[in-house]
Design a protein around this ligand. Structure first.
Ligand code: GDP
Length: 300
């Protein structure tokens, strides 16, 4: 976790230092406030949140006559935290409920990191002493199932898969059945992220959910979003949120961008908390999202 914090700090600090530099400038005039707003927007905080942060900071700076770098940092920290909303429940729900396994569906566009996240999450859960079954419901790419199998053998979780082109819902059904049979604690289902038609996606994810509910219940639908894709990624995320009831967001590849403000924007847009963040390709590079740690990483 310490190593992940350092990685987060390295990637996010550019944005924070820029903001603090501007806030500490000799003349906090209209132009400087505009620049602060632009810096927030450039970091993918989103136009609405950026305007709110600036307006609130302006008022507080004026009212309190705040000028020292420490005071300005504290004010900025407060504003960023307020936008992130530390009160949201970010725990990944994993039951237990009786003799049925908890089920987590992992959804999102291809390439965002779904399979990697499914594997890393299995590792975290197994590390906590939970038994996990992985379901390779992304049947459109044989490579996805192979990749999940590699993760499964690495973390000690059986992988249920079928031939390429098989019905994703039937894989999900078998995975949950296997989970029931093995008395596993959690079943993680890696789904396909084909976005060619909205109704196709809706039918597919809807069907996966329905078959899971024949054997257990869906505890979490985690939407995986690649932090480096900005507005485009957000547009795709919106489509997923329209077709399936998302319960949490996993923001991947935060190690590869200084635009961590996307956390604020995606939560605002989808109304769902960021629960996990991906900070690298390795097995231990998935962390619970910690708002305070995140803001401190930004502000250095
Ligand atoms: P999927 O198509 O959504 O299942 O995506 P994959 O899990 O195959 O991931 C796509 C690529 O992104 C792979 O090369 C992963 O190693 C990489 N990746 C996934 N998560 C992260 C992350 O948090 N950080 C970095 N740097 N790379 C990641």
């Amino acid at each position: 976790l310490v190593r992940l914090r350092a990685r987060l700090a390295r990637s996010q600090n550019v944005f924070g230092q820029g903001l603090l530099g501007l806030l500490s400038s000799d003349r906090l005039d209209d132009d400087t406030w505009d620049e602060i707003e632009d810096t927030l927007i450039t970091a993918d905080v989103g136009v609405t949140s950026a305007a709110q942060i600036v307006s609130s900071l302006r008022t507080k700076v004026k009212v309190q006559g705040t000028r020292t770098p420490e005071e300005l940092r504290a004010l900025l920290r407060e504003e960023l935290l307020a936008q992130i909303n530390p009160e949201l429940d970010r725990a990944v729900r994993t039951g237990p409920h009786g003799d049925r396994p908890a089920v987590i569906m992992v959804v999102g566009v291809n390439g965002t990191g779904k399979t990697t996240t499914s594997g890393k999450l299995a590792r975290v859960l197994v590390g906590d002493g939970r038994s996990v079954v992985l379901g390779a419901a992304d049947t459109f790419r044989a490579a996805a199932a192979d990749q999940l199998e590699t993760w499964g053998s690495r973390v000690g979780a059986p992988v249920v898969r079928k031939d390429e082109g098989a019905d994703p819902a039937s894989v999900a059904f078998d995975a949950v059945a296997r989970g029931v049979e093995d008395q596993a604690d959690v079943v993680i289902i890696d789904t396909a992220g084909r976005l060619h038609t909205k109704t196709g996606l809706m039918d597919e994810l809807g069907k996966v959910k329905r078959v899971v509910e024949k054997k257990s219940q869906v505890d979490e639908v985690l939407l995986v979003l690649d932090a480096t894709t900005g507005q485009n990624g957000l547009r795709q995320a919106r489509v997923f949120a329209e077709v399936v009831n998302i319960t949490g967001i996993v923001l991947t590849k935060l190690d590869g961008t200084a635009k961590g403000g996307i956390i604020i924007q995606v939560q605002r847009e989808l109304g769902v908390p960021v629960k996990l963040v991906g900070l690298g390709e390795g097995p231990d590079d998935l962390a619970p999202f910690d708002p305070e740690g995140f803001v401190d990483a930004i502000l250095g």
